[in-house]
Design a protein around this ligand. Structure first.
Ligand SMILES: Cc1cc2nc3c(=O)[nH]c(=O)nc-3n(C[C@H](O)[C@H](O)[C@H](O)COP(=O)(O)OP(=O)(O)OC[C@H]3O[C@@H](n4cnc5c(N)ncnc54)[C@H](O)[C@@H]3O)c2cc1C
Length: 426
């Protein structure tokens, strides 16, 4: 097995594809009897070794689709193996949509909430905040239900659980009526963006920007709800989004990989190549972008007020260290929530992400930036590379002990703990 970026490789003795909750329960009971460890994997789009095991790996690709839609409450109950790209289409045919999404749609719903996946928007929480109820099979093989009113504390643990409490089988989402987004991508001076940052976040529904190292340019992406007609697919947009952002970018990545002195030039070429894009589509099609170039990623959430300073420190660090890196630094915001292990727990957060081409060793670059993130009370995205220890997590998360208590109660034998999770949680 390998993850999306191909950084992690492992060989489970068995991969199981249960087709219903009863089969998940049987698997867990058998694993208990045979004293085997179990990990659950979605689309393997995380960058941390969350699913590595030499024993049993469970995948819910055979357990996808909608269980029920409640049109009055605008809620959809969905099997946890469902991929976001099919979910978006299905909800749309029922006149519904998810309130916000991240920038790709290849993940499974269970994996998406497993690490607290988020998009951007000051008024919008991570995808885990869209969950109103869920069911899981715990380490004893029991089926447990929780929501904000039933087993409420377990629910706050299960909304971002790293697959450590059990196998989530069904997830009820609070949806919103289907909507269209108008997306506008622009190249702008970074200083202008930074001056107007608070206004942009306040005024635009979804706003994010990328800073290209070694340049003074930012690539801004703004989207707002509109009632305009959906656009025809424009060849210019298609060319920019597929060819320029993926195939041409891949050629540049290879050049910079083989000739590291080209990185600064490649960053400048990438910034110069940003072309304006404007399009109107159903929301789920606007959020999702194509990511055909493989990379590794680290992303930290910091208190929103610290965003400018963090970016300032990163720029100074690039001036000093001249990292052989050309991928841009991504900046998003997420509304605070009350989920025990959510990086946005208790504070409106800026999420700042750095990327490195998958063939390169990302660690020297990532560890230098991680020092900056941690100096600003950073909390890592659990699915992205980080070296956060149990002690750091305990200091950063006020409800870390509550999470650990639920982990112990749902999985007393540590069936779901692999090496990484055992270090983090026990
Ligand atoms: C190209 C790319 C773009 C990305 N864009 C974004 C983005 O915009 N925003 C963002 O926040 N993140 C983003 N990510 C990160 C990604 O969304 C998360 O890592 C997400 O967790 C991956 O989902 P997955 O289905 O691949 O889960 P996996 O990586 O397979 O698993 C993630 C975690 O969820 C657990 N899990 C999976 N299924 C279940 C289940 N049924 N029950 C219990 N636990 C379960 C796993 O055990 C694991 O701990 C991106 C990643 C890539 C590669």
């Amino acid at each position: 097995m390998k993850n999306w970026s191909t950084y992690h490789h492992w060989t489970p003795a068995e991969i199981a594809y249960p087709r219903n909750e009863a089969e998940v329960q049987q698997l867990i009971r058998r694993a208990n009897k045979e004293k085997k460890k179990v990990r659950i994997i979605g689309s393997a789009h995380s960058f941390m070794p969350l699913w590595t095991t030499e024993q049993i790996l469970i995948n819910l690709d055979q357990y996808q689709g909608i269980v029920a839609i409640d049109q009055d409450l605008q809620q959809a109950t969905v099997r946890a193996g469902t991929k976001l790209y099919t979910l978006g289409e299905t909800l749309f045919t029922h006149g519904l949509a998810m309130e916000n999404l991240g920038d790709i749609d290849r993940q499974s719903l269970g994996g998406t909430i497993g690490t607290g996946t988020h998009g951007t928007g000051l008024q919008l929480g991570s995808i885990s905040t869209q969950v109103v109820k869920l069911r899981l099979v715990n380490g004893l093989g029991e089926l447990v239900e929780c929501s904000s009113t039933h087993n409420a504390s377990l629910f706050k643990a299960a909304q971002v659980s790293l697959g450590a409490l059990g196998i989530i089988t069904e997830i009820t989402l609070q949806c919103v009526p289907a909507y269209r987004l108008a997306l506008q991508n622009l190249k702008e001076p970074l200083d202008t963006v930074l001056q107007e940052l608070e206004d942009r976040y306040r005024q635009e529904r979804n706003f994010e920007f990328y800073w290209f190292p070694y340049t003074a340019s930012a690539w801004t992406k703004t989207s707002n709800i509109v009632t305009d007609q959906v656009d025809k697919v424009s060849w210019m947009n298609h060319f920019t989004e597929y060819v320029v952002e993926n195939y041409a970018f891949k050629v540049l990545c290879e050049a910079a990989y083989h000739f590291p002195m080209l990185n600064e030039r490649v960053a400048k070429i990438s910034a110069a190549a940003i072309a304006p894009v404007r399009k109107v589509f159903a929301s789920h099609k606007v959020y999702a972008t194509q990511r055909l170039v493989k990379f590794n990623e680290m992303e930290y959430s910091v208190p929103i007020a610290a965003q400018r300073e963090v970016l300032h420190d990163i720029r100074r660090l690039f001036e000093r260290k001249r990292f052989p890196i050309h991928f841009p630094i991504e900046n998003r915001v997420v509304r605070q929530d009350d989920i025990y292990l959510s990086p946005a727990q208790g504070r409106d957060s800026a999420y700042i992400a750095c990327h490195a081409y998958a063939k390169k060793d990302p660690l020297p670059y990532f560890s230098a930036l991680e020092e900056i993130f941690q100096a600003y009370e950073g909390r890592p995205h659990w699915g992205k590379m980080n070296t956060f220890s149990q002690e750091q997590a305990a200091a950063a998360y006020p409800y870390f002990e509550n999470f650990k208590r639920h982990q112990k109660e749902q999985d007393p034998e540590g069936l779901f703990l692999n090496d990484y999770l055992a270090k983090l949680l026990t």
